[in-house]
Design a protein around this ligand. Structure first.
Ligand code: AHG
Ligand code: MN
Ligand code: MN
Ligand code: MN
Length: 336
């Protein structure tokens, strides 16, 4: 057995995004780099709290309900506060949109920067108390050239984002990021307190063997979804797909990026617009999926092309391997 010596040349996330900035030369001011560095610190801070949650009475409900009518968990509120404080203090943001805040935050002039961040501070709330994987999702827009930062700067198609990513708090903390030229994954080395590049240039396999839907909603699904799912569970040739559904979008998408297959949360007879929120769930994940060579659609339309009209709106989501998502969209095309 040949053993490789440990690497003495670690590529940290800070080093990697700074290299990116240098490649862009004078065009880059370094503001996006500093913003990304601020975001990675929030992920470390949230990760340590997630790890300790059971020990420091951070499990359970906070006692409030968010604008979506969901009961907030203590960790939802804590993660939101960590992100708002750090993003404001970074001096690089102008508008913040969080799942947990009814309204957008417009940053006051003295702290104002050129970027808008939309985020889901803690994704997978229902899994917190069981210690199952959860995450943080974020997307970044530049403010429009003529703007000081208004709601109009975030009511724009996801294709106008300049960066998107998530951190998954699982058996390790993994930060997955795209600044528009591919997708890279970093793993938190807890001893160093640094995210290290472990998954350079992630590409989704063009076809997978896994489907990831909450099939408990089957009685509400529309025919294209039901018929597609039947086609992969009862294939005419070959073997059926495996089911994997964690119920934390971050974890289900992370596995889909690495292993391939399809993740879906469709609109249905009960949830007319689906469940997932366009700005801070669907857009960032669609951005990452496309950057990794996959496809992200509502079934009939590219997600990144949607023009949002309100910050908490929802949309139908299917994303993953190109061939798998195309198989699904054929059912939509033929059954309309
Ligand atoms: P959040 O915890 O941020 O409110 O998001 C929950 C989302 C998402 O993580 C997941 O894909 C989905 O809700 C799961 O919904 P079901 O429990 O209805 O399957
Ligand atoms: Mn929620
Ligand atoms: Mn979420
Ligand atoms: Mn959330």
């Amino acid at each position: 057995v040949s053993e490789q010596p440990p690497s003495t040349d670690l590529i940290t996330l800070s080093r990697h995004v700074m290299d990116d900035q240098l490649r862009l030369g004078a065009a880059a001011t370094g503001d996006l780099t500093l913003l990304l560095i601020a975001i990675q610190v929030t992920s470390k801070f949230i990760a340590t709290n997630v790890r300790k949650a059971r020990l420091i009475n951070l499990v359970g409900l906070a006692g409030e309900t968010n604008v979506q009518g969901e009961e907030q968990k203590k960790l939802d509120v804590l993660a939101n506060d960590i992100m708002v404080n750090a993003l404001r203090a970074s001096g690089k943001t102008a508008v913040l949109v969080s799942e947990e805040l009814d309204n957008a935050i417009i940053i006051e002039e003295k702290n104002r920067g050129k970027y808008c961040v939309v985020f889901d501070p803690l994704d997978g709330s229902s899994n917190i108390d069981a210690g199952v994987n959860i995450g943080t999702i974020f997307g970044i827009y530049p403010v429009r050239p003529d703007s000081d930062g208004t709601i109009g700067d975030v009511l724009r198609p996801g294709s106008e984002m300049v960066a998107a990513g998530y951190t998954m708090y699982g058996s390790s903390a993994n930060l997955v990021l795209s600044t528009g030229s591919g997708v890279n994954g970093y793993t938190l080395d807890a001893a160093l307190g640094e995210f290290i590049l472990t998954h350079p240039d992630i590409k989704i396999p063009s076809r997978g063997k896994i489907y990831s839907f909450n099939e408990g909603n089957s009685m509400y699904f529309y025919p294209p979804v039901t018929n597609y799912l039947n086609s992969i569970k009862y294939p005419k040739t070959g073997s059926p797909y495996s089911a994997r559904y964690i119920g934390s979008m971050v974890a289900d998408v992370h596995r889909t990026l690495l292993y391939g297959g399809i993740f879906g949360y469709p609109d249905d007879k009960k949830s007319k617009s689906g469940k997932l929120r366009l700005l801070y769930e669907a857009f960032p994940m669609a951005f990452l999926t496309e950057q990794a060579g996959g496809v992200a659609t509502t079934g009939t339309k590219r997600i990144l092309d949607i023009m949002p009209t309100s910050i908490h709106e929802r949309c139908s989501v299917f994303l993953g391997s190109r061939d798998d998502v195309q198989d699904l969209t054929k059912f939509y095309a033929s059954e309309r």
